[in-house]
Write a protein that binds this ligand. Structure first.
Ligand code: COA
Length: 190
């Protein structure tokens, strides 16, 4: 089977991270301002650096770490990250998450990146289900999922502690026979 590891649209490219990207990723993953509702990473840069390095050096499988790059004329600009990994091996489900640097938000880039990743998972890695978990107050990320036709399949009650109180987390997913929804619902090109 031919395995495709990268993908692109007209405006962005998802490129598998290299060792030279480690510091860029450490800065993104440990910056609390970029993740207002938290993420799964330690705030300790040393711990995150080691984990990111091991994952990249380990050949990315089954955890794939991407740099989201803006396609420029003769250059590419890193504007964020997307990670996608096997959620449940036997169930062929993959979970993903993402972050776009603030100056590049609101231009459809997370939507495009998620669309590329979901297509790779279904078409090249044999995924049956692709999912993501989003804080119920994370309106931009919820909007990304809705634009792509993902289904809100679960509410994880009081799953996160944020801003002094408990908040819900939503689980959004798409199944392999729903891949057409990526084309029907999304408003982004590519
Ligand atoms: C979530 C995130 C990745 C979105 O990236 P992005 O590139 O701006 O996303 P897109 O441009 O593809 O889509 C964002 C949508 O949310 C909308 N939006 C943004 N802020 C909003 C708000 N406060 N209220 C309502 N809608 C909002 C945008 O208008 C856009 O929708 P539209 O295309 O219908 O206009 C980005 O905000 C981010 O990196 N957040 C921090 C990390 C994070 O929360 N990651 C997700 C963890 S699950």
């Amino acid at each position: 089977m031919v395995t495709t590891e990268q993908g692109c649209s007209k405006r962005i490219t998802l490129t598998l991270a290299a060792i030279s990207d480690v510091e860029f990723l450490v800065e993104i993953k440990t910056n609390p301002n970029l993740w207002p509702y938290g993420n799964d990473n330690s705030p300790d840069k040393g711990i995150v650096r080691q984990r990111v390095t091991e994952r990249i050096a380990g050949g990315h499988d089954p955890y794939k770490q991407y740099i989201i790059q803006l396609n420029g004329i003769g250059e590419t600009i890193p504007i964020g990250e997307l990670h996608i990994y096997v959620h449940k091996e036997g169930c062929k489900s993959w979970q993903f998450g993402y972050c776009i640097l603030p100056e590049y938000r609101g231009q459809g880039y997370a939507t495009q990146a998620s669309k590329i990743a979901a297509k790779l998972a279904f078409k090249d890695w044999g995924a049956h289900k692709v999912l993501t978990k989003i804080a119920a107050v994370n309106t931009p990320s919820i909007r990304v999922m809705e634009k792509l036709g993902f289904i809100r399949e679960a509410v994880l009650r009081d799953e996160l502690f944020w801003n002094g109180g408990w908040i819900d987390q939503y689980q959004y997913s798409l199944l392999e026979d729903e891949i057409h929804r990526l084309e029907v619902t999304s408003t982004c090109n590519g």
